[in-house]
Design a protein around this ligand. Structure first.
Ligand code: HSE
Length: 437
């Protein structure tokens, strides 16, 4: 009979501190609910001497990762180092040695998950990933368990708090992207190297994990179409606002007639939608299932305490399963690894929808006629046109909203429009996602 869940931790940064704090703060509550104590035995960190302001008691803090990864007195390794090197090897070794692993590392799971899940399965141990997607938002367990009876046809949402914060600030303060990013970096909301966040990589890692669980497919980060928010201008945000939309970095996976579409990109959503209401650093995930309909999960997607909450949820599941003698009661990706099936991809470029198009044009008679002639040749019908300002010398903005079209046709038309003498900047287009919750 298991007397306690013996925990070793790799990494003692922000999230590691949160996990240690929670475990040390709530021992009775956790033991009462799990049926056995959750005992933090050892933490390996690069800076074992640093004071984290926690009363660690008998918890050993070491600079040697092998004291955790290769230990024989631990049941589970909590990996909170992040990144791929050397984390991938450390997780591999911990699983190989028969220890369960819990990780918040979305990049590791999205890119190397297939091998790690297969290894965990072959060793009969668990690989917990609740903290890898959307921090405190309990979306992994919800998809795997609470919605287990549903055929799921879409999962979408706001999966990167940094981008959502930047877009929210740009709109609220009318500031350009670079200024808001610099401000977010100064306040510590954005990383010094912000590429993972603002180029959509972090959101795509999370979407890869959600898609695999929702649709029973192998993890396939490489097939996600990604576009970040570097090119979203304050002008586009202001136009969106005026037309009743918000610009959001939307991560979306859809399954239609056996074809999957997986995208991370800036889109416009109606101002009255629930997606539009997700502001600042918050994350939200929406799931549509055939019986449940649409459900929404909203909360803090990062940070010390929210992420610790998710890590400890996995520790609790593990403690309960071990106590009950359950082995792989709920597979990490919802179905056993050998039941995962690859599905063909539908290109987002072929999906019908409306588009926002912004051009900078010379203000003279006939310009609109030239542009609409090109759109007509590509069978693109216009829903609304806005032009502001007059200038005989400078370009003025010309904004259009199209009726249903495909992105493929829009892209072709914009290539031709860009060649016109009267068009002064490369035209911009943003998909309008009107059908979201
Ligand atoms: N950097 C992420 C975000 C949190 O901004 O949402 C960790 O994935």
């Amino acid at each position: 009979m298991l007397e306690a869940l013996r925990i070793g931790m790799l990494g003692f940064g922000t999230v590691g501190r949160g996990v240690a704090d929670l475990l040390l703060n709530h021992p009775d509550l956790l033991a009462n609910r799990a049926g056995i104590p959750l005992r933090l035995v050892r933490i390996a960190t690069r800076n074992p001497e640093r004071d984290r302001g926690l009363a660690l008691g008998s918890v050993e803090v070491t600079g040697n990762v092998h004291r955790v990864v290769d230990a024989t007195d631990l049941d589970v390794v909590v990996e909170l180092i992040g990144g791929i090197i050397p984390t991938r090897d450390l997780v591999h070794r911990a699983l190989e040695s028969g220890k369960h692993v819990i990780t918040a590392n979305k990049a590791l799971i999205a890119e190397y998950g297939p091998d790690l899940f297969a290894l965990a399965h072959s060793k009969g141990v668990q690989l917990g990933i609740e903290a890898a997607v959307a921090g405190a938002v309990p979306i992994i367990k919800t998809l795997r368990e609470s919605l287990a009876g549903n055929r799921i046809d879409s999962v979408y949402g706001i999966l990167n708090g940094t981008c959502n914060y930047i877009l929210t600030e740009m709109r609220a303060k009318g500031l350009p992207f670079a200024r808001v990013l610099a401000d977010a970096q100064a306040k510590g909301f954005a990383e010094a190297d912000p590429s993972f966040d603002i180029d959509g990589i972090d959101a795509a890692h999370k979407l890869a994990i959600l898609s695999a669980i929702a649709f029973g497919t192998p993890l396939d980060y490489g097939r996600i179409l990604k576009e970040g928010i570097r090119h979203v201008s304050e002008t586009d945000i202001a136009w969106a606002n005026e037309m009743g939309y918000r610009i959001k970095l939307l991560a979306m996976s859809r399954l239609r007639e056996g074809l999957m579409e997986m995208t991370v990109r800036p889109v416009m959503v109606p101002v009255g939608s629930m997606v539009a209401a997700v502001e600042g650093v918050f994350n939200a995930v929406f799931v549509h299932g055939d019986y449940a309909g649409t459900t929404m999960y909203h909360g803090r997607g990062a940070g010390e305490r929210p992420t610790a909450s998710a890590v400890v949820a996995d520790l609790m599941d593990l403690a309960r399963d071990l106590r009950a003698g359950a082995k792989e009661r709920v597979p990490s990706l919802s179905v056993p690894v050998h039941h995962l099936r690859t599905l063909p991809i539908q290109s987002a470029a072929q999906r019908q929808g409306s588009f926002y198009i912004r051009m900078a044009v010379v203000d003279r008679p006939g310009v609109l006629a030239e542009i609409t002639a090109i759109l007509a040749r590509h069978a693109i019908s216009i829903d609304a046109i806005h032009q502001k300002g007059r200038s005989p010398v400078e370009a003025v903005p010309l904004v259009m909203v199209t009726h249903e079209s495909t992105e493929e046709r829009i892209t072709q038309a914009l290539i031709e429009i860009e060649q016109l003498d009267s068009v002064r900047e490369p035209p911009r287009s943003i998909r309008i996602e009107a059908g979201l919750a």
